[in-house]
Design a protein around this ligand. Structure first.
Ligand SMILES: O=C(O)CC1=CCC(=O)O1
Length: 96
């Protein structure tokens, strides 16, 4: 099951830089692990915003929920989830 996920990050201005840097490092490692597993297919920065658009390939909505709530930045994110299905005009398979 494919889902588009938009993540808008809002770190508190009062958060010490070292704490923010540590969370971002954990986030990066977590996302690399999921990208390597194939669960996190794409991640794109939204130009000019501290936000990304990602595509997840998961077995269930419950799995997506577990992965998203496990994000180290989850407490500081607004997340929008959009289910995706194959477009009839697409020349690609869902594997690409
Ligand atoms: O910077 C972001 O958009 C939030 C984020 C998700 C995975 C990651 O490494 O950073």
């Amino acid at each position: 099951m494919l889902f588009q996920v938009r993540m808008d990050v809002n770190l508190p201005a009062a958060m010490p830089a070292a704490e923010a840097d540590a969370i971002k490092l954990k986030e990066k490692a977590y996302s690399h692990q999921l990208q390597e597993s194939g669960k996190w297919r794409h991640i794109w920065r939204i130009a000019g915003q501290y936000a990304n658009v990602s595509v997840f390939d998961v077995d269930s909505v419950e799995e997506l929920h577990t992965l998203l709530t496990g994000l180290p930045l989850f407490p500081f994110m607004q997340i929008q989830v959009t289910p995706l299905c194959r477009h009839p005009s697409s020349i690609r398979s869902t594997d690409q």
